[in-house]
Write a protein that binds this ligand. Structure first.
Ligand SMILES: *Cc1c(COP(=O)(O)O)cnc(C)c1O
Length: 378
């Protein structure tokens, strides 16, 4: 029997969906550097550099800042499984897919979620969150998604965090799609626990979830009365490896080469400058907006809470949503995203994340969409 398996060479796509985004060759090359042992003394110094780069991206001085060895969903679970104890009340903003997932995490950790719901695509009204916290004075945590990738809505994180703190809650924020793309100010806003992902605006391959915990959140984990309901994500255990101060001991084998990629992506971000990266996302979004509106397309989300890095565009009457996505993928090697849940079939999600947020992406997207719409007689 002959061996028919061959090395893989996938097509080069322009990734303008909800993530992953395109990865720069420098980041891919970093992954090809020599694998070392995860307890190698050189690697130990590298881990401290990586933590410092993550503090730059999160805008924090939190010592408990490190990448969880699994994708964004694991960062989410790390926050809830460590901070929620059975019976704890958690007030949460639910305005899309990821808010719902947060709620499932709270339930699994034994907590009692109090959902403050908003229509998908509509602004998040901080007053309603304040009212919910007034009605639930024992709530321990306020949780929200900063950048709802399922709809393209930006929540006012500074306002929500201020409300949460005023009600004496720990504030948990999903920043998977926001870090690198729009301002995230973990310390200035007073966020206690935050997680992000590598494959959105950081333009790194998927598979890691940087997290950061404030001192009071770290204390809350140490003060737990019940064990953390996860072995792998238990911060008390993981820190024996990531906290270099007491010498590192084995918890799990770190994904060494994936961490090289994250390091390189963060070095590139620091070279560009975090604020320049935010501005680039904002500027390219305006170019995309002008291009798509020129085709007669409309945005789902009102301008004041629209994310530059995730553009939810309404599918016009009479247009087959899925056929447009196949057309641009097959003819232009361009990936755009579909709507989720109640928005399935009604919107496209056009991402401008990280390396993808460039003028050339807008030009190709415009040409491809024009052609795809014309193919359906528009
Ligand atoms: C992508 C995403 C996640 C989940 O990240 P994975 O890496 O897919 O596990 C969580 N929250 C938001 C807002 C996201 O966009």
């Amino acid at each position: 029997m002959s061996n028919t398996f061959r090395s893989l060479y996938p097509d080069q796509r322009l990734l303008m969906g909800p993530g992953p985004s395109n990865v720069h060759p420098r980041v891919l090359a970093a992954m090809a550097r020599p694998t070392v042992g995860h307890l190698d003394p050189w690697f130990s110094g590298f881990m401290e550099d990586l933590k410092e780069l993550l503090r730059m991206a999160f805008r924090t001085r939190n010592s408990l800042t490190f990448p969880v060895s699994a994708p964004g969903s694991a960062g989410m679970e790390t926050c809830f499984v460590n901070l929620v104890e059975p019976g704890d009340e958690v007030v949460m903003v639910v305005n899309g897919v990821f808010g719902n997932r947060m709620m499932e995490n709270v339930v699994n950790a034994g907590g009692r979620p109090v959902a403050v719901e908003f229509e998908w695509g509509a602004p998040v009204d901080p007053q309603k969150v304040d009212d919910a916290l007034k009605a639930h004075p024992d709530a321990k945590i306020l949780a929200f998604v900063h950048a709802e990738t399922s709809t393209g809505v930006r929540a006012d994180a500074a306002a929500l965090a201020e409300i949460g703190r005023r009600h004496d809650c720990l504030v948990v924020m999903d920043a998977v799609t926001s870090v690198g793309g729009i301002p995230v100010e973990v310390d200035a806003w007073g966020i206690d626990a935050v997680y992000t992902g590598t494959q959105k605006c950081l333009s790194c391959p998927p598979g890691l979830s940087p997290v950061s915990f404030s001192d009071r959140a770290a204390q809350a984990v140490r003060d737990r009365k019940t064990p953390v309901r996860s072995w792998f994500l238990d911060l008390n255990k993981v820190m024996a490896y990531w906290d270099g101060s007491g010498g590192r001991s084995y918890h799990h084998t770190a994904p060494v080469n994936a961490l090289y990629a994250l390091h390189e992506a963060l070095v590139m971000l620091s070279e560009e400058g975090l604020e320049n990266s935010w501005k680039r996302h904002a500027d390219i979004h305006l170019e995309l907006k002008a291009a798509l509106e020129g085709l007669g397309l409309e945005f789902l989300v009102p301008e004041e809470c629209r994310l530059p890095q995730l553009n939810a565009v309404r599918v016009p009457e009479g247009i087959n949503e899925a056929a447009v996505r196949s057309h641009v993928l097959n003819r232009y090697s361009l990936e755009i995203g579909a709507g989720l849940g109640s928005l399935a079939g009604k919107i496209w999600r056009v991402g401008l994340m990280g390396q993808t947020a460039q003028r050339s992406s807008v030009a190709l997207c415009l040409e491809a969409m024009k052609d795809a719409l014309a193919a359906q007689g528009r």
